[in-house]
Write a protein that binds this ligand. Structure first.
Ligand SMILES: C/C(=C\Cc1cc(O)c2ccccc2c1O)CCC[C@H](C)CCC[C@H](C)CCCC(C)C
Ligand code: SAM
Length: 262
């Protein structure tokens, strides 16, 4: 099974063969974009369950906050970049209602397969307004000024070029509209950092190991280390052209949400 970064495709539902990819365990999992795409394909079957279990359901609250901060409202046309299995896109769909439109974009075919299956299992009328697109966050397949709000949950940390991703988010937003960026918080407080690292080493990785995904979840710790602090995110967003870039610590400082206006 291959997923193309060059040719975004509308997936509603996803076509093709949905057999699981071969599981591999390597120590160097995430050198490039293709490695990350494979990682997210591999964890797709257990991704939602592990998020619920490991965050004790808290991730649903953080995602609601991110959607609320995006300013999406009834009738809007909105985009969720790095949508994964679709949590933020489903929440956006409820916000914009049947008269609005939601696009969920991701480069992982397996994550999109889960998102599309979830959409078809639900009877909510508004969920019919979601289109899943396989594409690259660094080269969004939309004209400029297309959206009234954009969200990206746990995505910016995972792209290989964050500045380019923010420039793309800026380009597709309508002037005056907001981007809401939810992710782990790279704290400047050593105590918060050690709690976060302890939780990943002694809770997250051992639980993931029981699914054969220890390396995939070990990646979380290194990716947070290589991520940006709230202040650095505000600076990067301002450099991409956004105004009023503000980062909020949530979940007791374990998570963060950047909000910025085009
Ligand atoms: C939805 C959450 C994380 C998504 C996520 C993001 C990634 O970049 C990954 C990369 C590789 C593998 C998995 C992921 C991934 O799942 C957030 C919630 C779940 C987290 C998996 C675990 C949370 C660990 C916190 C430090 C603990 C919070 C505890 C709580 C406040 C009780
Ligand atoms: C941790 S998941 C987050 C999924 C979802 N937003 C959530 O909050 O649960 C990160 C997602 O980003 C996607 N992703 C990473 N880099 C990407 C890129 N360059 N283009 C498109 N999707 C990307 C991955 O495939 C994965 O589904």
């Amino acid at each position: 099974m291959s997923a193309s970064l060059q040719l975004p495709s509308l997936l509603s539902p996803l076509p093709g063969n949905h057999s699981r990819p071969v599981f591999r365990s390597t120590t160097r999992l995430v050198r490039c974009s293709t490695d990350r795409q494979r990682l997210f394909n591999r964890i797709a079957p257990v991704y939602d369950n592990l998020n619920d279990l490991l965050s004790l359901g808290q991730h649903r609250i953080w995602k609601r906050m991110a959607v609320s901060w995006s300013g999406a409202k009834e009738g809007d046309s909105v985009l969720d970049v790095c949508c994964g299995s679709g949590d933020l896109a489903f929440l956006l769909s409820e916000k914009v209602g049947p008269t609005g439109k939601v696009f969920g974009l991701d480069f992982s075919e397996e994550q999109l397969f889960i998102a599309s299956s979830r959409q078809h299992l639900q009877s909510k009328l508004c969920y019919k307004n979601i289109k899943w697109i396989q594409g690259n966050a660094l080269d969004l397949p939309f004209p400029e000024s297309s959206f009234d709000a954009v969200t990206i949950g746990y995505g910016l940390r995972n792209v290989v070029d964050r500045q380019k991703a923010l420039l793309e988010l800026y380009r597709v937003l309508k002037p005056g509209s907001k981007v809401s960026v939810l992710d782990f918080n790279k704290s400047t407080n050593p105590f918060s950092t050690s709690i976060q690292e302890w939780m990943i080493d002694y809770i997250v990785v051992p639980v993931a190991d029981s699914y054969g995904l220890a390396n995939e979840y070990r990646y979380l710790k290194s990716s947070i280390k290589e991520f940006l602090t709230g202040e650095e995110l505000e600076k990067l967003a301002s450099e991409a052209g956004f105004s009023n870039a503000k980062h909020f610590e949530i979940g007791g400082g374990l998570m963060g949400n950047l909000v910025a206006v085009r």
